[in-house]
Design a protein around this ligand. Structure first.
Ligand code: BES
Ligand code: MN
Length: 459
C-alpha cells in the first residue's frame, strides 16, 4: 500500500505540467508594487490567489490596507494540531530595462529547463510551489495540520502598510511557525536554510543648485554644479577601507564571533563564488572581512540610482539645476533604520556645502532579523530538504531583506523558517529573471515532506 507521503509525491510528479501552467498564469499578471500604473494588476493578482486557495478548500479574505491588499486564507481543523502559516508575496520588482529581456517579462517562456519571467523566482514560483505541495497532499490523503496563508503585495517596497495589519489581525495570524520560502539556495542541489536577513534603510537624496539649467560656458566656473556636489557627498560616504562614514553607523553592530567567522569561512560563498557570477575583475568591500561576512553580517551603503542633467543621445552643454540619488543601506541586527536616517541627516548637515541645498526623503525601512535554527519546525524543514535532495542542509546568512520576518517576530511573536528554491544565477530584480524547473519540482517534494513532518511533530 502506498503511504500518504508517497501518494502526495506521486500526485506532484503527475501534475508538474499543471503546476507550471498555474505559475505561468500568475507571472502573466504584471503585479509591480512600486508602479502606480499597475494598481489594478495588484488587485487582479490578489483575486487570482484567492480563487486558487478557495479551490483548494481554504476560506479566504482580502485584507485591505492603505496600499496594496493582503490575501489571507485558512483551513483550521483541530486546535490540537500544529498550525503552519505560509507566507508569500505576490508583488514583483519593475521589469525595466525591457530591451534586455530575451522574452517579454510578463509573457513567461520555458527555455533550457528554466521558466523566464519577472517574479518566476522572486517569488511567484515559491508561492506556487507551496500551493502545489498543499494541493498534492489535500487532493490525495489530507493533513492533520492547520494551515494559514498570508500573501502580501508590498514586500518589494519594504512592506509600508504591514505593521497595522499585523497589530489588528494578531489573533487571526496566530501560528506555531511561519514557513517563508522567499529566500533561495546557495547552489543547485544544495538545500539551504537561511537563518539571517539584513535590514534596509532606503532614501532619495535631491541636491538643488541654480534655479534653472544653465549654459555651461556662460556660467561654468562660478557655480557649484549640483551633479558634482552630489557625487562629492556620495564619494565621502565610504572611506579608503570601504567602511561607511556616517557618524555612529557601526556603533550598534554586533562583531562577528570567532565561531561564526570559522563557519562562514567554510561557506561556499567565497571570492570565487562571487567573481564567477558578476563578471568583474576584482571584488570590493570592507577591509578585514571575508565575502560571506560582508554579505551576511556587515552593513553596507549602496547607490541604487543616480540622475542629473542631460542623459539623452548626443551632447548638450548644460549645468543641471538639480541632481538625485537613490541611496540605501543594508542593515544588520541591532541597527535601527530610524537611527540610520538621523546619521545620514547628520552627515549631510556636516558635509553639504553652502553652494547647494538638499532634501532627503525616506522610503523603505526595515530592521534585520536572526532566526533560531534549533526549533523543531526548523529541524523538520532541514529533514524535509534532505529527504528531497539526499544531501545535508546548508545554513546561510542572507544579504537580502524580508521586512515581515522582523515584524512577525516582534508584533506576532512568531518565528519564521526560511528557505526557497531560487538559485544565485536567477537574475532576481534584473532582466531575464528565471526559475530552474528541475530544482523547483524537487522543492515541491521537499515542501510535501515538510508538511508531513509537521504533522508528526508533537504540539
Ligand atoms: N526574496 C527577496 C530577498 C532575498 C533575496 C532573500 C535573495 C534571499 C535571497 C525579497 O523579495 C527582496 O528582494 N526584498 C527586498 C526588500 C526591500 C525592498 C525592503 C530587498 O531585499 O531588496
Ligand atoms: Mn525581491
Amino acid at each position: 500500500m502506498t503511504s500518504p507521503r508517497n501518494a502526495a509525491l506521486e500526485y506532484a510528479l503527475e501534475n508538474q505540467e499543471k503546476f507550471l501552467n498555474s505559475l505561468k498564469d500568475l507571472v502573466r499578471i504584471p503585479s509591480v508594487s512600486t508602479a502606480p500604473e499597475h494598481k489594478a494588476d495588484m488587485l487582479i493578482a490578489s483575486h487570482w490567489l484567492m480563487e486558487r486557495l478557495e479551490s483548494l478548500g481554504f476560506a479566504t479574505r482580502l485584507i485591505e490596507t492603505e496600499g496594496h491588499p493582503l490575501v489571507f486564507a485558512e483551513r483550521t481543523i483541530d486546535p490540537a494540531f500544529q498550525t503552519v502559516l505560509i507566507y508569500g508575496h505576490y508583488d514583483v520588482q519593475p521589469a525595466e530595462p525591457l530591451d534586455l529581456w530575451l522574452s517579454p517579462p510578463f509573457d513567461p517562456e520555458v527555455r533550457d529547463d528554466c521558466l523566464f519571467g519577472r517574479g518566476a523566482s522572486d517569488m511567484k514560483g515559491q508561492v506556487i510551489a507551496c500551493m502545489s505541495a498543499v494541493e498534492s497532499i489535500l487532493k490525495t490523503t489530507g493533513l492533520n495540520v492547520n494551515l494559514k496563508w498570508l500573501i502580501e503585495g508590498e514586500e518589494e517596497i519594504g512592506s509600508p502598510s504591514l505593521t497595522p495589519v499585523l497589530e489588528e489581525y494578531k489573533e487571526l495570524l496566530e501560528s506555531d511557525i511561519v514557513l517563508n520560502t522567499d529566500s533561495g539556495m546557495i547552489a543547485r542541489n544544495t538545500p539551504t536554510i537561511t537563518y539571517g536577513l539584513r535590514g534596509l534603510a532606503y532614501f532619495e537624496l535631491r541636491v538643488f543648485g541654480p534655479q534653472s539649467d544653465l549654459h555651461s560656458g556662460i556660467f561654468g566656473g562660478v557655480v557649484h554644479n549640483p551633479a558634482q556636489a552630489l557625487c562629492e557627498l556620495i564619494a565621502g560616504m565610504h572611506d579608503e577601507k570601504g567602511r561607511v562614514t556616517l557618524p555612529g553607523y557601526y556603533d550598534p553592530v554586533i562583531p562577528v564571533s570567532e565561531k561564526e567567522h570559522k563557519q562562514l569561512a567554510e561557506s561556499p560563498l567565497d571570492e570565487d563564488f562571487y567573481l564567477k557570477q558578476m563578471g568583474v575583475n576584482e571584488l570590493w568591500g570592507e577591509e578585514g572581512y571575508i565575502p560571506a561576512e560582508r554579505i551576511g553580517a556587515r552593513p553596507t551603503l549602496e547607490i541604487n540610482g543616480l540622475y542629473s542633467g542631460f542623459t539623452g543621445q548626443g551632447s548638450k552643454t548644460v549645468i543641471p539645476s538639480w541632481a538625485m540619488a537613490k541611496i540605501s543601506m543594508r542593515l544588520v541586527p541591532n541597527q535601527d533604520p530610524a537611527e540610520v536616517q538621523q546619521q545620514l541627516v547628520k552627515y549631510l548637515q556636516t558635509h553639504a556645502p553652502n553652494t547647494i541645498h538638499w532634501e532627503l526623503t525616506p522610503m523603505a525601512g526595515a530592521p534585520a532579523s536572526l532566526l533560531n535554527t534549533s526549533l523543531p519546525a526548523s529541524e523538520a524543514l532541514a529533514d524535509a530538504l534532505e529527504k528531497a535532495w539526499g544531501k545535508k542542509t546548508v545554513y546561510k546568512r542572507e544579504g537580502g531583506s524580508i521586512p515581515i520576518v522582523y515584524h512577525m517576530q516582534t508584533i506576532l511573536g512568531s518565528d519564521s523558517i526560511l528557505s526557497g528554491f531560487g538559485l544565485p544565477d536567477d537574475s532576481v530584480h534584473a532582466p531575464n529573471e528565471k526559475l530552474d524547473l528541475p530544482t523547483w519540482y524537487t522543492g515541491i517534494e521537499a515542501l510535501i515532506h515538510f508538511l508531513f513532518n509537521m504533522q508528526d511533530l508533537e504540539k
